[in-house]
Design a protein around this ligand. Structure first.
Ligand code: HEC
Length: 218
């Protein structure tokens, strides 16, 4: 490639990049940027017209997600506090008020990630029990060697933190709505989105807390 053409290409690329940055930093909708608007269109068009509506509904952002996108997951303190307060207010508890369920049930829920698979090859049927897929991001029981590291290790969670009422409530609240504690976290909001029921969350809490749970064994 001749030198002049190469420099022209580089300049065009840099201008595009600077322009895109300016748009997102100023808080305007990403779709105003022609590059991301096109990417968004390709993404949305990849859903066939006969897809069930609840598949494409997952693409819609709520207020929290919009704010986190706008500030690239790093909102100013006042916005962060506003998000966290609003998310805390969504947390609901089981009717009997008990936050510690059965760790054996929690172990099963934490270990599987089915229930929400979409697509035309092997989609889950609507009534398929849902899992928390916690190992996708966390280490939990030491015997499970396949785990992701997007989130911190939760091995020995109860052993290290103790199982005071305060920690039990924190674990429940965190799993119900993780954004209530870190506004723009990557962790899903399992309770808010009715992904897990309050009772299922209590089982997962027990899995984290119970001294007999493999999470707290070596
Ligand atoms: C997509 C990744 C992802 C998944 C799936 C996920 N988490 Fe998390 N989790 C995170 C990240 C990232 C953090 C750290 C940032 C934060 O606090 O939100 C975290 C933090 C936590 C914490 C707080 C840890 C502490 O030291 O205070 C707990 C408890 C937790 N997760 C439990 C769970 C459980 C239980 C599940 C499954 C039901 C789960 N997470 C699923 C990403 C994930």
């Amino acid at each position: 490639m001749n030198k002049k053409i190469a420099i022209t290409f580089l300049c065009v690329a840099l201008t595009q990049f600077a322009w895109a940055e300016e748009k997102t930093a100023s808080g305007k909708s990403l779709s105003k940027n022609p590059v991301s608007a096109e990417a968004e269109k390709v993404f949305r068009d990849s859903f066939r017209v006969d897809s069930p509506k609840y598949w494409s509904q997952r693409l819609e952002q709520d207020e929290t997600m919009k704010l986190c996108s706008q500030y690239k997951d790093n909102p100013p303190v006042a916005v962060r506090q506003k998000i966290e307060l609003a998310q805390k207010a969504t947390i609901r508890y089981p009717v009997d008020g008990k936050l510690l369920g059965d760790w054996k049930e929690g172990e099963k829920i934490a270990a599987h990630g089915r229930g929400g698979h979409i697509g035309f090859i092997q989609p889950d049927k609507p009534m398929t029990p849902r899992g928390g897929n916690c190992y996708a991001c966390h280490q939990l029981a030491a015997k499970e060697v396949a785990y992701g590291t997007i989130g911190p290790s939760l091995h020995h969670f109860g052993k290290i933190r103790g199982n005071s009422d305060e920690i039990v409530k924190y674990a429940y609240d965190k799993i119900y709505n993780s954004n209530a504690f870190s506004a723009c976290t990557n962790m899903p909001r399992f309770g808010l989105h009715s992904w897990l029921t309050p009772e299922e969350i209590t089982h997962v809490v027990a899995f984290l807390m119970d001294p007999e749970s493999p999470v707290n064994k070596d």
